[in-house]
Every structure is written in C-alpha cells, then in structure tokens.
Design a protein around this ligand. Sequence first.
Ligand code: FAD
Length: 429
Amino acid sequence: IKEVNVVGGGLAGVEATYQLVKEGIPVHLYEMRPVKKTDVHKTSDFAELVCSNSLRADGLKNAVGVLKQEMTMNDSLIIKMARDHAVPAGGSLAVDREGFSHAVTEFIENHPLVTVHREEVTKIPEGPTIIASGPLTSDALAKEIMNLMGNQDYFYFYDAAAPIVTKESIDFNKAFYKSRYDKGDGEYINCPMTKEEFDAFYDALINAEVVKPHDFEEKFFEGCMPFEEIARRGKQTLLFGPMKPVGLEKDGQRFEAVVQLRQDNAVGSLYNIVGFQTHLKWGEQDRIIHMIPGLENASIVRYGIMHRNCYFNSPTYLNPTYQFKNREDLFFAGQMTGVEGYVESAQSGIVAGKNMVRYLKGEELLVYPRETVMGSLAYYITHASPSDFQPMKANFGILPDLEGKVKKKEKKEKYAQRALEKMEEFIHG
Ligand code: FAD
C-alpha cells in the first residue's frame, strides 16, 4: 500500500488525513507547531480555530449551512467533532474551541495509520502528497510552492479585501447604476448619502472596533491602507478618496458622498464595496455597512479582511479535483487554494483526500456537481478569472441559477434542496 504525506494539521489537513486512513491508507502527517509557530496559532493542537469559535450558520437557509450538511453526507470528521463539542449559538454552529481541537488531536494522534511528524516541511515531498499548510504557510515552504508554480507572482500574499454583498440584497429604490462621469469602465452600483447620513456614518466608522493587528500585519498595512485608517485622517480624505461623489450625480442632484460597488469579476450576482478594505471586527462591519443607504439589508457574503493570506492562483494550477495540474500525485487543500473560511477549508480537505484515494487506486477522480456547494466552490476556484482571483466563501451566488421562475423568498430553500438532492445522487448514484 502506498503511503501519503499530508503537510499541515489544520482543518483541511485533518479532513484529508481522515478520508485516507478510513480507506486503509497510511498517512505521514507533518505539522510544524509547536516546533515552529505561526503568528496566529496559539496551541499545538490539530484543527485549531485561529479566530472565531463559530463555524457559522447551521440552517439550510444559508449556503454554509448547506455546505455543512453536504460535508456530513461525505463523512466529515471536522463537522462531526464540531457537533460533539457545540456550544449554544442561536442558529450557528459554534464550538468549545479547546474541547473541539483536543478531540481532533486525540483522534489523529491515536490513529494506528497516522504517523505524526512535528516538523516544518521546507521542500515539497516526493511521492503522493497533499499540501494543506494554510494561509500562514511558513516562508521556506511558501518559496518552494512559488518555485513549483514557476513564477513568483503566483503565490499571493494577500493582505486586504473589501466586503462582498449579494446584488439581490441591495435596495435599488436608493441605489442606482452609473459609472463616474458616465465613462464606460464598467457598471457600478452607487449608494448615495446626504450630509446627515454621511456624518452619522463617519462617526460610527471612526469609533468602530478594529481587530488588534499582529506584528506581521503592520508591515503589510503600509502599502494598503484600511478604510477606517483613511477615515481617521479626516472627513475630506474620504470625500476626496473612496467616497468621492463627483461625476456620480443623478438627475442633476449632487450627493454629499457616494459608496460604490463593483461587480465581482467572475460572478455577476456579487458586488464588492470599492475601497472598503478593512480590519474592523466583523460585527462592526455588519453595523457600518448596514448604515449605507441601499445596503440596509445587504447580505454580506465575505467580510473585509486584512491579514497575511497565502493563496495561489488555482484557476491556473488546480483541477476541480484539487489535483495539481502539473503533477498527478500532488493535491492541495485548504485556504491556500482560494476557498475561504474554516468550513470551506475543511471541505476541500475531504475532496482532496477522497481524490487521493481514488488516484492511488487508479480510479477516476471526483468532480462534485456544480449544484452542490462543495462543487460550486471547486468550480469557482478553478474557473474564476486568473488575473483577479480572490478567495471565496460558500454562498448561493456562486451556484448555477435555478431553473424556471422562482419567487425571491423561496430561492434559498430551492438552492438548498437542489444541492442536497444532487449530493445524494452523486454519492449513491
Ligand atoms: P490552517 O488551519 O492554518 O492549517 C495549516 C497548518 O499547516 C497549520 O497548523 C500550520 O501550523 C501548518 N504549517 C504551515 N506551514 C507548515 C510547514 N512548512 N510545515 C508543516 N506544517 C506547516 N475563517 C473563519 O471561518 N472564521 C474566522 O474567524 C477566521 N479567522 C481567521 C483569522 C486569521 C488571522 C486568518 C489568517 C485566517 C482566518 N480564517 C477564518 C480563515 C481560515 O478559515 C483559517 O485560516 C483556516 O484555519 C484555514 O484552514 P487550513 O486548513 O487551510 O489552514
């Protein structure tokens, strides 16, 4: 029997390991903590949750809830352990973080087919390998991955992202389409503000709580100023910068300030808020974004983030099976492939693990159906525009449209129902 190397004992690496050992395949799991620490992890446990203890929404009205259900259908270790260690959190699945990662660690360390190596991997191993070293991949391995990709530009150190909202949640009684000075550089959605609205927004913004930056973040901030830091330099900095109203008059009316939203390159159903790269806490982003006229009920599918985030250009280098295009026995999983979030990272580990099993058995690899959230994430990261590829969370906006006319309020339910039916067929069909 062939053995498999898994690099990284995070959410994705653990799932991949589990899928392999379940099929009787021995795994060498390499995890550098505690020998070498990351800037964010605090323990040496596997599957440590680096920030929030929430695996987000749990109902089927939300894509990440559907995703968890799909993962359970695919025998996810992470979701099972999370449910075993759940704490009350309304409609979300939140966990007792210590209990959760202790349980995962115990399971992995005691599994007879897993050999744990507590060491930093500095070269991409020979032989069947899954790399899941995460957004904080150590520098030495990051360099190796860059070399493998043949171009320094293709392993991104991504430090800023503006929030993304769904188009259908924008109130077009207030928002309107227009490019600045009507110059044809694409259709923007504009959310105009009166003086009173802008003043209230500004006050809320400069008083909002930010995530405490880590040392490594400070380095990165120089080149990319968060929105709230620009605001702190004074109202005019915003009004002459990201919220500039000139050229965006409507029917001759000039506004005090305008927030612009740009279509997210790959998918027309999602819009990002221009210039709003931020390190505000997610709850504060909720509050501030919902103060913007037209975005009062906006559904935020990705929050603004500012931290080191290694991910590579999956549209160029990865198949939807998570197999590297230029080396058959090499798979990648986790945040570094461009999926974003705990749950999203874990699910990619399931797919990479299952496909490594099939690769070793000489079977056809699995491409999950696009109608499923797992399939749509794999599709997104391998088919988005390579020139502007950015990480993506689970959301219904990346699933194919529903057939026929469906009432707006029934859409989520229908997406969920279709996804779970397709997954059922895929697994048992
Ligand atoms: P990880 O869970 O980070 O696992 C990778 C593992 O590889 C680590 O254990 C690391 O020590 C190890 N490793 C790295 N390099 C090497 C090497 N050379 N050799 C051996 N081992 C190595 N997502 C959310 O859903 N909610 C949040 O609140 C959230 N907050 C985040 C905050 C920060 C600061 C960051 C960076 C990310 C956050 N994310 C969050 C995004 C993402 O979900 C997590 O980063 C998630 O842990 C990614 O899973 P992963 O398996 O890809 O990587």
